[in-house]
Design a protein around this ligand. Structure first.
Ligand SMILES: NC(=O)c1ccc[n+]([C@@H]2O[C@H](COP(=O)([O-])OP(=O)(O)OC[C@H]3O[C@@H](n4cnc5c(N)ncnc54)[C@H](OP(=O)(O)O)[C@@H]3O)[C@@H](O)[C@H]2O)c1
Length: 255
């Protein structure tokens, strides 16, 4: 089972949908899940106490702290408090450190989902130039590390908001992964014809419509393959969360 902890008041609509979808996926897969909705005024100690209880609870195999947390809480400290074998988001220092040192264990769900999607669609990755837009700890950075692993063997470029000549770099990509949180940022002139485009972004426009970081309509005719938003990467993230929870349960049984 998995326990989700969220800041009950600061939930955006996207996050609410995401939390609900995770609960539904658990139900469907036969996992028990408990949602701990905390008040936005909860203190660091309140949250650390809850995490400590869940760390010790043998019925709980996975703990998710839904980000972003309110500003008065130290996100790093909170994530560090989740015991490494229950860190099913894979954001904690031990799991990220293992990935960095080439011994992947519980991988961050979104970039892992992207890898599995590429593999299931038999899209060659070894030796290909993958350009990742975004360097966050939850998507961009682990995406690069996962694709760099021996046996996966991509050549990776990670770009961020200070990258110069962005368009020149993205146009070199055989596979372009967009994870920046800017609606329709990637336009047709940024994509090499035939490239595979993975859109991680989820952005809500003023009219309520959900769009990705890629201008889907513009890019679709020229790319080799593209993931839609909604759909595409989002459901893969939840799938990999269930995968991690099962793996975490097995690892805890062995330990
Ligand atoms: N599908 C899913 O399941 C899923 C999961 C997680 C996130 N997401 C979505 O993915 C998007 C990114 O999420 P995140 O958490 O990684 O976001 P984040 O923490 O805000 O990071 C955004 C990254 O994009 C970079 N960036 C911003 N503007 C840029 C620009 N103009 N050119 C190049 N790089 C730029 C930033 O660079 P700096 O580091 O220099 O600031 C940063 O590294 C969001 O839309 C989020 O909702 C989707």
């Amino acid at each position: 089972m998995a326990a989700q902890i969220i800041d009950g008041k600061a939930l955006s609509l996207i996050i609410q949908v995401y939390v609900r979808n995770k609960q539904k996926a658990c139900e469907k897969a036969g996992f028990e899940s408990w949602l701990h909705k905390l008040d936005a005024n909860s203190t660091q100690a309140d949250l650390l106490n809850l995490i400590s209880k869940l760390n010790q609870d043998p019925k709980v195999h996975g703990i998710l702290v839904q980000l972003p947390l309110p500003k008065h809480l130290n996100t790093d400290l909170i994530l560090d408090a989740v015991t490494a074998l229950k860190d099913v988001d894979g954001f904690g220092p031990e799991n990220l450190g293992l990935l960095t040192s080439g011994r992947p264990r519980l991988l961050p769900c979104t970039p892992h989902g992207v890898l599995v999607m590429l593999q299931r669609y038999k899209i060659p990755v070894a030796g290909k130039h993958v350009v990742v837009l975004g360097r966050s700890t939850i998507v961009g950075k682990p995406m690069g590390l996962i694709l760099l692993q021996n046996g996966i063997d991509a050549t990776v470029t990670i770009c961020h908001s200070k990258t110069s000549n962005l368009k020149e770099i993205t146009r070199q990509a055989d596979i372009l992964v967009a994870a920046i949180g800017k609606p329709c940022f990637v336009t047709a002139d940024m994509v090499k014809p035939g490239a595979v485009v993975i859109d991680v972004g989820i952005n809500r426009l003023e009219d309520g419509k959900l769009v990705g970081d890629v201008d889907y309509e513009q890019v679709l005719p020229l790319c080799g393959a593209i993931t839609p938003v909604p759909g595409g990467v989002g459901p893969m993230t939840i799938t990999m969360l269930l995968h991690n929870t099962l793996l975490a349960a097995k690892l805890q049984q062995k330990s």
